[in-house]
Design a protein around this ligand. Structure first.
Ligand code: FAD
Length: 512
């Protein structure tokens, strides 16, 4: 009975604290479950960290932050909101790498999944060899999944470029990288999920079991539940990777060759590539950015003059993972294959690295005084040349403010399951364009203006782009974004989160 005393104090303290600091955060209308007392933080440091993300342009303060120590903590919190007469918003914060406040909960509660990560429980990453899969906690970072699986000679087949992202966070979007053309996005490589819904219920779902929830959650922007476990596909971890960067001054040659690689993959000798990306080389110091171009220093002057001559050049990036071939054999095969390309590239560079070195190639130090107002788009293949001239040349090149990498690479629609929530263009091949700006804290608005100009141009030119990691301000924009998937999306919301508690930072159903 004695242990009840601090809990009662916690609840009263909680209510008093928030009613006594008007203007900063609104009080929650209902008390939180007393058993969460020592995991709920309301101190300025916790509030500050949950109201900042990688984008660093949106800052919405939650009333409190929960650092869960178990899945039950998450259920209890959601249930408390669900049963409250005035439900409060709840957002999972995977690792805070959103760029427009999508992981925030204004005046609600942020569930910082770091709490679960810090439990270091062994069963939060479990590897099964027969059948082959990994069961990983939604809070886990992909880097930790890599480290655990390679020890067993295994690895997930589909990745993101950067691995300090959480499993739940990328599965709520899609999870794309150079493997997507071959294996599909990360959401296409999930067998089963455990999800705490907007009613606080823990539900196991898969393609055959609670499939509405399963497909809804994949690419569902956190709207239907908090992912607490994902069963993901594994393949072999290779030993080495032959990695090549091939430069083009001509956009159409660059994209023809990208499509040539992905279409003939596995069907032409030497083309067993496991990874294909691409991007722009601009006259903005790009070789020094985190995209890790590996042009030799001696070649930089001639590359630089090529960029000056053409304004933009394009870098096609491929990699081939291998196990028991010699370096020479793989290099010979790659040479043969590149020789057979339909276009003539200006320069070709190659590098041989370990499998882990390749997957961890993107390393980022986040600086406090930086903002990242990114724009990521999916573009139907039929209009990429209009996109190049209207966006890359008429906006990006002319404004000349773009810092950071600009990615551009293709993928196949049939590697995505249409039942999943993720919104993609309606063509067999589409490209992703990622404008991954790094700006100063005071000048991010000029990048948002550029984003706006790009979206307006696409709209006027009839280029039907979809935003990836979307950021929309109005319900109509969301309806347009999801297109034919909107009705299902809305119905799934009514089924799994009828009180519209989850992921308010996405501003889909609750504009705050
Ligand atoms: P958060 O930003 O914390 O959350 C994102 C959304 O998911 C929020 O709405 C949140 O509420 C929800 N969410 C988080 N956890 C869960 C959960 N367990 N269950 C349900 N909902 C949840 N993306 C790619 O696809 N490919 C890349 O190569 C890639 N590289 C990136 C590199 C950098 C440097 C950065 C900053 C981002 C990159 N991203 C990439 C984008 C990344 O996928 C998104 O930011 C994604 O949101 C993952 O980040 P996070 O785990 O920090 O999630």
């Amino acid at each position: 009975r004695n242990s009840l005393i601090p809990r009662v104090i916690f609840v009263s303290l909680f209510i008093t604290l928030f009613t006594s600091t008007p203007g900063k955060t609104e009080p929650l209308a209902c008390p939180l479950p007393p058993e969460l007392a020592d995991r709920v933080h309301v101190d300025p440091a916790a509030i500050e960290s949950a109201s900042t993300d990688y984008g660093n342009t949106v800052h919405n303060k939650p009333a409190a932050v929960l650092y869960p120590s178990s899945v039950q903590d998450i259920s209890s919190l959601i249930e408390a909101s669900f049963t409250c007469s005035t439900p409060f918003g709840i957002s999972a914060r995977g690792n805070g790498h959103s760029t427009h406040g999508q992981d925030m909960a204004n005046n609600g509660v942020v569930v910082d999944m770091k709490g679960l990560r810090e439990q270091k429980k062994r069963d939060r990453i479990f590897i099964s060899k027969r059948p082959l899969f990994a069961d990983v906690g939604g809070e886990q970072l992909w880097i930790d999944v890599l480290n655990a699986t390679v020890k067993e000679g295994l690895a997930p087949v589909s990745w993101t470029d950067f691995l300090e992202l959480s499993v739940g966070g990328t599965l709520s979007n899609a999870g794309i990288s150079g493997q997507t053309f071959r294996f599909g996005p990360q959401i296409s490589n999930v067998y089963e999920l455990d999800v705490v819904t907007g009613k606080g219920e823990l539900v196991t779902c898969s393609a055959n079991n609670n499939s509405e929830l399963f497909y809804g959650v994949l690419g569902g922007l956190g709207q239907f539940g908090i992912i607490t476990r994902a069963r993901i596909a594994l393949g072999l971890a290779f030993k080495r990777v032959l990695w090549a960067q091939i430069l083009y001054s001509n956009f159409s040659a660059f994209t023809i060759d990208q499509e040539h690689f992905i279409a003939s993959h596995g069907r032409r000798p030497g083309n067993d590539i496991s990874y294909l990306e691409g991007g722009l080389v601009l006259d903005n110091g790009t070789p020094n950015t985190w995209r890790t171009f590996f042009f030799p220093p001696a070649d930089l002057p001639k590359i630089s003059s090529l960029v000056k001559q053409h304004g933009i050049i394009y870098s096609l990036e491929i990699a081939r993972s291998y196990e028991d071939l010699t370096e020479k054999t793989v290099e010979k095969e790659m040479k043969q294959f590149i020789k057979g390309l339909s276009s003539v590239p200006e320069y070709i560079y190659q590098k041989n690295v370990s499998f882990e070195e390749f997957l961890t190639r993107v390393q980022i130090q986040v600086q406090k005084n930086e903002s990242h107002p990114w724009l990521n788009l999916f573009i139907p293949k039929s209009v990429i040349s209009d996109f190049d001239s209207g966006v890359f040349r008429d906006i990006v090149l002319k404004r000349n403010i773009t810092t950071g990498p600009v990615l551009f690479y293709p993928m196949f629609r049939n590697k995505w399951d249409d039942r999943m929530s993720a919104a993609i263009p309606d063509e067999d091949i589409f490209y992703t364009a990622g404008l991954l700006y790094t700006s100063g804290i005071n000048d991010w608005q000029v990048y948002e203006d550029q984003n706006k100009a790009i979206l307006e141009f696409c709209d006027k030119a009839g280029i039907n782009v979809k935003q990836y990691l979307p950021n929309h301000a109005t319900k109509n924009e969301w309806i347009k974004h999801f297109g034919s998937k909107w009705t299902d999306f809305e119905q799934r919301k009514a089924l799994f989160d009828p009180k519209m508690i989850l992921s308010p930072g996405q501003r889909i159903f609750n504009n705050n």
